[in-house]
Design a protein around this ligand. Structure first.
Ligand code: IMP
Ligand code: MG
Length: 200
């Protein structure tokens, strides 16, 4: 069997110089395995489906972090929803938010008169979600709610809240299941805490 055909839960890959890379070895510990994540998504999806069953729903997913979360969550919601994506940058690939949120699209999505559910990977300082919410309010949706896969338990200077939360976590840097460090680890099937020595 070729390496590509193996179902590799350690998610070993090949570096450009041919050496095997084991992304799991870069983690201090795994926080949520795939089964746990998907079980929680079943619950979140049931809650969202019940809340929006009689409303015109537009989901706005924030790229790139919410991509995998969005794909798994939306397939569990049997409503005639619309989907849009928004691409922003606030971390510039590193650990700390820069405080500045850069929108890659010029025009906001067409959500006038519709109920909007914003999807993001993680609520950390709240800078990103605050800026996005402000921007999308100008597009006149009927309502805006926020759904995040993870929420860090920490004091926030921004008044950013989430209406739907997958998991509350400690204030640690996590990767996997869409979340990155320097654009790596997004394709891990699980979520884990990145070892400190992997971050400069
Ligand atoms: P905030 O503006 O500080 O809330 O940060 C929002 C963005 O920063 C998220 O959408 C993530 O892309 C990124 N981020 C924050 N914390 C983490 C983390 O622990 N791991 C990976 N990315 C993170
Ligand atoms: Mg990121």
């Amino acid at each position: 069997m070729s390496a590509a055909n193996k179902r590799d839960f350690g998610q070993t890959g090949n570096s450009t110089d041919g050496k095997a890379i084991n992304m799991q070895a870069d983690l201090e510990r795994i926080l949520f395995d795939e089964k746990t994540i998907l079980r929680r998504l079943d619950e979140l999806a049931a809650q969202i489906s019940a809340d929006y069953h009689d409303r015109e729903l537009t989901v706005v997913a924030i790229l790139n972090g919410s991509l995998i979360f969005m794909a798994d969550l939306l397939r569990r919601i049997p409503l005639p929803l619309k989907l849009d994506c928004l691409s922003v940058a606030s971390y510039h690939g590193g650990l700390q938010t820069s405080g500045e949120v850069i929108f890659r699209q010029v025009a906001p999505p067409d959500v006038a008169g519709r109920h909007m559910l914003l999807l993001d990977d993680i609520l950390d300082s709240g800078t990103t979600l605050n800026a996005i919410r402000k921007r999308l309010e100008t597009a006149s949706p009927r309502s805006i709610c926020v759904c995040v896969l993870l929420r860090k338990i920490k004091p926030r200077t921004h008044l950013a809240t989430a209406d739907y939360v997958g998991f509350d976590i400690a204030d640690e840097f996590v990767v996997g299941y869409g979340l990155d460090y320097m654009e790596r680890y997004r394709n891990l099937r699980y979520i884990g805490v990145l070892r400190k020595e992997m971050m400069q």
